[in-house]
Design a binder for this molecule. Structure first.
Ligand code: S3P
Length: 429
């Protein structure tokens, strides 16, 4: 589907952002591993989270979508799963594939996980290496790095002390889920701290788990108890509208119930450093996660350097931060973000190619890019989304401030994380 984005003068009002994707995946998985009822409200119903839901159903989990945003799970504990009758399809979702591998490796059965063309090109060895050390047996294409992945699980899981070479919540979470089945204590250390939703939710469900700096310690064998989970609005989805309000004149936006876990909210920190007027209201904790309302006003931004340990806390927001940077005063440099090359598409290449097409000057680096500010966006072009939801939505926001309309190909990939993105945008027009 090709979508035309027309320029806009300002956006104002209150915007409802859908539930957090990372937390929705985790609530489905951890709820299925627990004993008793788990009720998930404000669940994100999108292509990625439905991939997780369908895989869990295929291995015997008792899950029901009770309405558009609500899921009820009747969990029967860690050992309640059965061998699937068919190949399990994680579609476009790296979180589904990597986290589910952690569960499947601890089941005494055979399973095969695959995904779409994008997921089949994403590295899986980073998860397979530690999980193999814990007892699971894995086979995959290209020396075991790419899906389809065959898993011979075992009910004899060893604990592990492991330092991950990359700061990745998907890798860490796969190990943590597998470690629930281990006889003994496991410990995972990351080079930088990645999002800690799995740790917070496991603790909320009763696991014995401790976070200290970049190290997490977890005991195996503990029973998890079903819980009520409210999924906060996704800060990654919110960031598209936050940046839109900041870069358009005379705009004021209120976004309610946004999750602002510090391991996820690096973009807010950076935007504030850039001079953004973002006010945090009504801060509270829901199922171990900090949640607040955000009031955003048009601001004069200035360029910054984004690098080092803040990168994992804003990794998914880099495409939209690049849009903000193109309107800031002065240069913005993004480095240490090589992981962007292993997302749904190579996001560094995608940003550089498509910004150039729109008339924005940007320079590619191996681990990021450099972009000068106060640029005019000419538009009047057809951009590629690369079937990457975050690229599609970032380009759409850039299109709002372009001098001419832009077209974006394959825009329906927004269904991965934000199925009603265009409806939301139109309510603010
Ligand atoms: C996610 C972790 C991040 C992030 C992805 C979602 C998660 O990936 O980019 O969109 O839910 O755990 P990595 O773990 O590969 O850094």
């Amino acid at each position: 589907m090709k979508t035309e984005i027309k320029p806009l003068k300002s956006i104002n009002g209150e915007v409802a952002i859908p539930g957090d994707k990372s937390i929705s995946h985790r609530a489905l998985i951890i709820g299925s591993l627990a004993h008793g009822t788990t009720k998930i409200t404000n669940f994100l119903r999108s292509e990625d989270t439905l991939a997780t839901l369908n895989i869990l159903k295929a291995i015997g989990a008792n899950i029901e979508l009770t309405n558009a945003k609500e899921v009820v799970i009747e969990g029967n504990g860690l050992h309640s799963f059965q061998e699937p009758e068919d190949i399990l399809d994680a579609k476009n979702s790296g979180t589904t594939m990597r986290l589910i591998m952690g569960v499947l490796a601890a089941q005494n059965f055979y399973s095969v996980l695959t995904g779409d063309d994008s997921l089949k090109k994403r590295p899986m060895k980073r998860v397979i290496d530690p999980l193999s050390k814990m007892g699971g047996l894995f086979f995959g294409r290209k020396q075991g790095n790419y899906a389809p992945i065959t898993i011979l699980g075992t009910d004899d899981i060893f604990p592990i002390f492991y330092s991950t070479p990359v700061a990745s919540a998907q890798v860490k979470s796969a190990i943590l889920l597998n470690a629930l089945y281990a006889k003994g204590t496991s410990q995972i250390t990351e080079p930088y701290k990645s999002r800690d939703h799995t740790e917070r939710m496991l603790k909320y469900f009763g696991a014995n788990i401790e976070e200290k700096g970049t190290t997490v310690t977890i005991n195996g064998g503990d029973d998890l108890k079903g819980k009520e989970v409210f999924v906060p609005s996704d800060i990654s989805s919110a960031s598209f509208f936050i940046v839109a309000a900041l870069i358009m004149e005379n705009s004021t936006l209120l976004i309610k119930d946004v999750g602002i876990n510090p391991t996820r909210s690096g973009a807010i920190k950076i935007l504030k450093m850039m001079g953004a007027e973002i006010t945090t209201l009504n801060l509270r904790y829901l199922n171990n996660e900090p949640v607040c309302d955000l009031l955003v006003k048009s601001s004069n931004l200035k360029g910054v350097e984004i690098k080092g340990d803040i990168i994992p806390t804003l990794i998914d927001e880099i495409p939209i931060l690049a849009v903000a940077a193109s309107q800031a005063d002065g240069k913005t440099l993004i480095k240490d973000a090589n992981e962007l090359r292993y997302k749904e598409t190579d996001r560094i290449k995608a940003i550089v190619n498509e910004f150039t097409k729109m008339g924005i000057e940007i320079f590619e680096r191996e681990d990021g890019f450099e972009i000068s500010g106060k640029q005019k966006i000419k538009g009047n072009c057809t951009c590629e989304s690369y079937n990457d939801h975050r690229i599609a939505m970032s380009l759409a926001i850039a299109g709002l401030i372009a001098e001419n309309p832009i077209n974006i190909n394959d825009f329906d990939c927004v269904n991965i994380s934000y199925p009603r993105f265009l409806d939301t945008l139109n309510t603010l027009r």
